[in-house]
Write a protein that binds this ligand. Structure first.
Ligand SMILES: *[C@@H]1O[C@H](CO)[C@@H](O)[C@H](O)[C@H]1NC(C)=O
Ligand SMILES: *[C@@H]1O[C@H](CO)[C@@H](O)[C@H](O)[C@H]1NC(C)=O
Ligand SMILES: *[C@@H]1O[C@H](CO)[C@@H](O)[C@H](O)[C@H]1NC(C)=O
Ligand SMILES: *[C@@H]1O[C@H](CO)[C@@H](O)[C@H](O)[C@H]1NC(C)=O
Length: 490
């Protein structure tokens, strides 16, 4: 079975909401919860030191690697099972080597914009985990051009796909996730934030060698969840490296956009406790216990109250507290079907589709015959080397570099809830430029709320869960479109 919470069980014995990701195949937050706990325990495997851009130049991979021929990456005739009409954009997929010595190579999928791609920006999408697939989750379930039908073989066109507004690039990162791999398997145990950012940077440089016509294009980096760390770290790396390059080879980074992303351990955690209480999932006593015992460090009392959260809240989907779950034990006649335009069992279809040999062949994926199936979140990455306790210092640098930043939050997510993001932003002491106000898309309904601070914008997406574009596709598309329309200052 496509259990994707192995990382979680391997990393940890006890964790918040234990076992309650039951039925949810995409467990982007499972690894995240495990990591949070490991950090609180002060486990030696997780280095919580401050982030700094690595001074080593991508382990010598930058200069040697030739771009490779774009022709080899064209998805000829489209993906298996894609609709026979209405697909007017080009698709590419393949590998970019990020470390030749170790044979470390990252897989990407690239769907050009539906109309006039040469006039549209480039958008790099990163999912979190750490260790979950941007292709399987981001492209196939959230914002990519296609979703998978219940037969697990055919595709449908996603109405609010983001390649309507940008050229969309999905990177499976770090090595060990999805189709990305390393021939030196000890690389998997050396995974961490620093190497992830370094490899993603090396990926971009080498990808631009293959796609030189995108080198000067405006680049946006977007994603959710644990990429609340990946994205600022990659942006920091790019800005740092750009300063060392002559301006002709600088990457044209124009903004970052993060949904339900982690920012700062202490406030993120407090936000979870207050969210599950204020949304009537747990008792007053348990909330009080969490506040008293789960401050900065871990204790048996804290473990006790975190376990109580799971018991009290019951088997709900923490990624969207109001949707039905896809119970893997149920048969199709009693499975909840597409409700409000989405199917809670869609992950199963994506899993089946991406494991079809003809699909992997069309994608130029898995050429080295990896000895395990494609999965949403990697079971190979069982330890994580470094993860800072806060992004605040990086945000300060990005803000002073003038990089446009949008933090958005689906407001029915209990994994990285809107409360966490608000507490974290509050703790940054930013000046409010435009206070709390509703925003809307073309339907004129209230789509969410927005606050503009000096340095970043915060927006909620009403009725969206952790994977916000999955649950509120129209609103999410409207938000990204308006963000990219704002001219940047760098
Ligand atoms: C990994 O090893 C396989 C088999 O030797 C080889 O075909 C492939 O090119 C290697 N990958 C990298 C990135 O060097
Ligand atoms: C599925 O559920 C229906 C209705 O409850 C039942 O008749 C059928 O036997 C079930 N099938 C399986 C394979 O469990
Ligand atoms: C790669 O291909 C092999 C052999 O065809 C298959 O057994 C395996 O599940 C695939 N792995 C991935 C990650 O796609
Ligand atoms: C915000 O202000 C408080 C109170 O002055 C201070 O303790 C805290 O360190 C500040 N936070 C940041 C991120 O600068």
């Amino acid at each position: 079975m496509k259990k994707t919470c192995e990382l979680l069980s391997l990393l940890l014995l006890l964790m918040m909401f234990e076992g309650l990701s039951y039925g949810s195949q995409i467990d982007q937050a499972g690894p995240l919860r495990a990591l949070r706990k490991a950090k609180m325990r002060g486990e030696s495997t997780v280095d919580g030191e401050q982030w700094a851009v690595s001074s080593s130049g991508g382990e010598g991979s930058l200069n040697n690697i030739v771009g490779g021929d774009i022709k080899n990456d064209v998805i000829q005739g489209g993906l298996p099972g894609q609709p026979s009409s209405g697909v007017k954009f080009k698709q590419y997929a393949g590998y970019v080597t990020v470390n030749e010595a170790n044979g470390r190579s990252l897989f990407y999928y690239f769907a050009e914009a539906t109309h006039d791609p040469s006039s549209k920006p480039l958008l790099l999408w990163l999912n979190g985990g750490p260790g979950c697939s941007s292709f399987g989750v981001g492209a196939m379930v959230e914002i990519g051009p296609f979703g998978v039908n219940s037969d697990g073989k055919s595709l449908y066109l996603r109405r609010h796909a983001w390649n309507r507004v940008a050229n969309t690039l999905f990177l499976e990162s770090p090595a060990g996730v999805g189709f990305s791999y390393s021939n030196t398997t000890s690389d998997y145990h050396a995974s961490g934030d620093k190497r992830t950012a370094q490899d993603a940077y090396t990926f971009l440089i080498n990808w631009f060698k293959r796609y030189p016509h995108y080198k000067k294009r405006d680049l946006y980096i977007m994603g959710e969840s644990y990429s609340g760390f990946y994205i600022p770290e990659l942006a920091d790396t790019i800005i740092h490296k750009n300063m060392q390059e002559d301006s002709s080879s600088a990457i044209q980074l124009k903004g970052i956009m993060i949904g339900n992303g982690i920012m700062n351990d202490v406030t993120d955690r407090r936000g979870i406790y207050d969210y599950v209480w204020s949304h009537a999932l747990i008792s007053d006593e348990t909330h009080q216990g969490l506040i008293e015992h789960c401050g900065k460090s871990i204790s048996p009392e804290c473990d006790y109250f975190e376990e109580k959260v799971g018991l009290e809240a019951g088997n709900i989907d923490y990624y969207n507290i109001y949707i039905p779950t896809c119970l893997s034990s149920s048969n199709s006649s009693i499975k909840p079907k597409r409700q409000g335009g989405f199917d809670p069992c869609e992950e199963d279809y994506v899993y089946n589709y991406l494991n079809l040999p003809q699909v992997q062949e069309a994608l130029h994926a898995n050429k080295t015959k990896l000895p395990y199936p494609w999965q949403f979140c990697s079971p190979l990455i069982t330890s994580w080397r470094d993860s800072p306790s806060t992004m605040f210092p990086i945000y300060r640098r990005l803000i002073s570099a003038g990089l446009p930043i949008l933090l958005f939050s689906g407001d029915v997510d209990a994994v990285v809830p809107v409360c966490s993001t608000r507490y974290s932003i509050d703790a940054m002491n930013l000046t409010v430029i435009k206070p709390w106000h509703p925003w809307s898309d073309e339907t004129k309904e209230v789509a969410g709320y927005q606050v503009v601070y000096k340095g970043l914008t915060f927006a909620t997406i009403r009725g969206a869960g952790h994977e916000a574009p999955r649950f509120q596709p129209r609103r999410a598309l409207a938000l990204v479109k308006s963000f990219m329309a704002v001219k940047s200052s760098i």
